[in-house]
Design a protein around this ligand. Structure first.
Ligand code: GLU
Length: 477
């Protein structure tokens, strides 16, 4: 059975790159009816940020990238938090020492420092590899601090096949005898990832390319233990532009921030799926369920992908357009609340007005606040070259529009429309000349969500007339 995992370190919010790794692991496991596991890699206490484990749980739930096993949901392979697995790592590190794949090292910080070469690089010289068993036991019994290091061969080449990048080879002489267990007894990532992926039955390891060249040293451990190596899938980096990687430091690169900015959640997940993966068909808008059905490793690109916020915005707009008015009202609630019209108008009608005119929810207030806010505006708004309008046309059109609207018995979208069209014919002017002027007159804005009829319908007859009167007066001042 396919078992994939997402193994974030709790070092802050969940950035887009991390979420993409999680998403691909999730999609791959769902595609093959497998299991998706969340493991918290918190052994690097110096980088630990309070609250970030909760952010990971919340973000994954909120985005729909839900795990089958994990710290807060349980499972048969726990604990799923590395800091709770300390004794497991100690046990396996000792085993690895017995198997010759690792050794105790008592070198002091000063001795390590003395190994610095002219370029400032330090490379451990296997000094403690030759210590006798007795000496090691004696020094441990004496309470001397020690670490456990990996025993990497001095010659030979480690090769493996990555499903995205193909055959990868690294010469062992280029790999240092890295620390597996630190002096405080905590494992490093280099050791814990191997032990955990094996014990948790992970079949496919999906992670960023930064681990591509360290994987041969992990394979050495799998081999020493006699464990089966997992299948590796390394993912291309996500770039901010051609030169810069998208990083946590780029500010906006977190799921949470984009949600706060008003992006539709499904659109964020959909867009992230396309960062490094291309579907077979040209259809780009895909729900999580459709992504699960279509995801394939063959579609993963080797080359870095550029994070294009404009495209994600477009996708968000597509999701908004496809919503029912009810759905819109529910999903946009927090942003509708920020507008001045909240609770004062029929929100379903407002939704209908907005749906085709915004891409992200945060555009809502600026698009509809004119319904509540109306006062002096710049008369230049009447001047529009393409529409062939100006204040003179407005002066002619508005009093007649006011009269036509005042005479309406029924005040509906259709009746307002017909009244405006009659006026167009009566005056022998272009449609735009009437509609543009009336819209400015009743909104006081150049661009709004909605045209004359929609706005008038929402405002009601009385307010529409009041605004026309105000505008006529303003024009004749
Ligand atoms: N904790 C590692 C990280 O956050 C995980 C790498 C992996 O998936 O193996 O980069």
């Amino acid at each position: 059975m396919v078992r994939t995992r997402f193994a974030p370190s709790p070092t802050g919010y969940l950035h887009i790159g991390g979420l993409r790794t999680a998403l691909y692991g999730f999609l791959y496991s769902k595609r093959y009816d497998g299991k998706f596991i969340l493991r918290i890699e918190d052994t690097d206490t110096a980088r630990y940020v309070d609250g970030s484990v909760q952010i990971i749980y919340d973000t994954m739930r909120d985005s729909g990238i839900m795990y089958d096993e994990g710290p807060d949901v349980g499972g048969d392979y726990g604990p799923y938090i590395q800091s709770e697995r300390k004794s497991i790592y100690t046990e396996y590190a000792k085993k690895l020492v017995e198997l010759g794949g690792a050794y105790y090292c008592f070198c002091t910080a000063d001795r390590i420092e003395s190994l610095k070469d002219s370029t400032g690089n330090i490379r451990y010289d296997k000094h403690c590899l030759s210590l006798s068993k007795e000496e090691i036991e004696r020094r441990i019994a004496n309470g001397e601090p020690y670490v456990i290091r990996q025993n990497v061969p001095t010659e030979g080449t480690g090769t493996y096949h990555d499903l995205v990048y193909g055959d990868i080879s690294v010469d062992y002489k280029d790999i240092e005898d890295g620390i597996l267990i630190k002096s405080d007894g905590m494992p490093t990532y280099n050791f814990a990832n191997v032990v955990d992926d094996h014990l948790m039955g992970i079949t496919h390891v999906i992670r960023g390319t930064e681990y591509l060249s360290s994987t041969p040293k992990y394979n050495l451990m799998y081999d020493a233990f006699g464990w089966e190596r997992p299948t590796y899938i390394h993912l291309p980096p996500i770039m901010k532009d051609a030169q810069h990687k998208l990083s946590k430091r780029n500010g906006d690169a977190s799921y949470e921030d984009f949600v706060k900015k008003g992006y539709v959640k499904e659109a964020i997940v959909n867009y992230i799926a396309l960062l490094g993966w291309s579907p077979k068909s040209n259809v780009e808008k895909m729900s999580l369920k459709e992504l699960c059905e279509n995801f394939s490793l063959e579609g993963i690109n080797k080359s870095p992908s550029i994070f294009d916020e404009t495209k994600m915005k477009w996708l968000s707009g597509e999701y908004i357009k496809a919503m029912t008015d009810e759905e819109f009202v529910e999903k946009a609630d927090a942003f509708l609340k920020q507008s001045k019209v909240y609770g004062k108008y029929d929100m379903l009608k407002v939704a209908n007005l907005l749906k085709t005119r915004i891409e992200i929810f945060s555009e809502i207030p600026e698009k509809i606040d004119f319904l509540e806010e109306f006062g002096e505006y710049d008369l230049e708004l009447y001047t529009h070259k393409k529409m062939k309008t100006d204040t003179e046309i407005a002066k002619k059109v508005l009093p007649l529009a006011r009269k036509a609207i005042a005479e309406l018995k029924e005040f509906t979208f259709d009746s307002v429309h017909d009244a405006m069209m009659n006026l167009v014919n009566e005056l022998g002017v272009k449609n735009g000349q009437v509609f543009w002027c009336v819209r400015v007159a009743i909104s006081g804005k150049q661009s709004t969500a909605g045209g004359v009829m929609e706005i008038a319908e929402l405002l009601g007859k009385e307010e529409t007339l009041r605004r026309l009167d105000y505008s006529i007066e303003l024009l004749n001042k």
